[in-house]
Design a binder for this molecule. Sequence first.
Ligand SMILES: O=C(CO)[C@@H](O)[C@H](O)COP(=O)(O)O
Length: 216
Amino acid sequence: MPIIAPSILAANFLDLKNECQRLNASEADWFHLDVMDGRFVPNISFGIPIVEAIRKATTKTLDVHLMIVEPEKYVEDFKKAGADSITVHVEACPHLHRNIQQIKNLGIKVGVALNPHTPICMIENVLTDIDMVLIMSVNPGFGGQSFIAHSLIKIKELKQKINKIAPQVLIEVDGGISLDNASAVMHSGADVLVAGSSIFHSKSPEETIHQLKKIK
Ligand SMILES: O=C(CO)[C@@H](O)[C@H](O)COP(=O)(O)O
């Protein structure tokens, strides 16, 4: 059964309290929070105050995805704001091992994200140090994009590696996930499905989450 992590980026920000309450009452497992800085990605989303506000609105896991340069400057603040896990991008971290240790030392889970063009071998040497790998199945920066089909091959390759080296590591897939492709993503080896538009722009977000949750 997949872990379902609705991406708050697609929520109605004017009605965020209500959006959080609906997710609380749903089968969603985590809240996925996309932080964008306008430097690592060509978009700016939200930051620490929003994470802090959402923390007060839910007891579910806050899965914070930092699409920012120099994440080491901010991870402590995001932990204080209520993050249960922090994911950084391999492309934004020349000292990835140090960044991972810094997040682990805060006592929370740590993930590493890979852009669509980044090969799996870039994280091979840290696989035993982390809790999760996030495979970007769109180019990061915007919700509502189409799933990049090659991601399925990448997920399979990663799953094989993880099975050999670090079977406890979760595979999270993010971008363009919908009821149409979620089954293929799961069969390729995913554990966590991040979905924004397909949940929040559907007629019933609760029902879409229920349908995603049923995928084997
Ligand atoms: O990180 C990102 C985009 O950069 C994703 O989390 C998107 O927010 C997912 O949204 P959809 O593709 O599901 O609309």
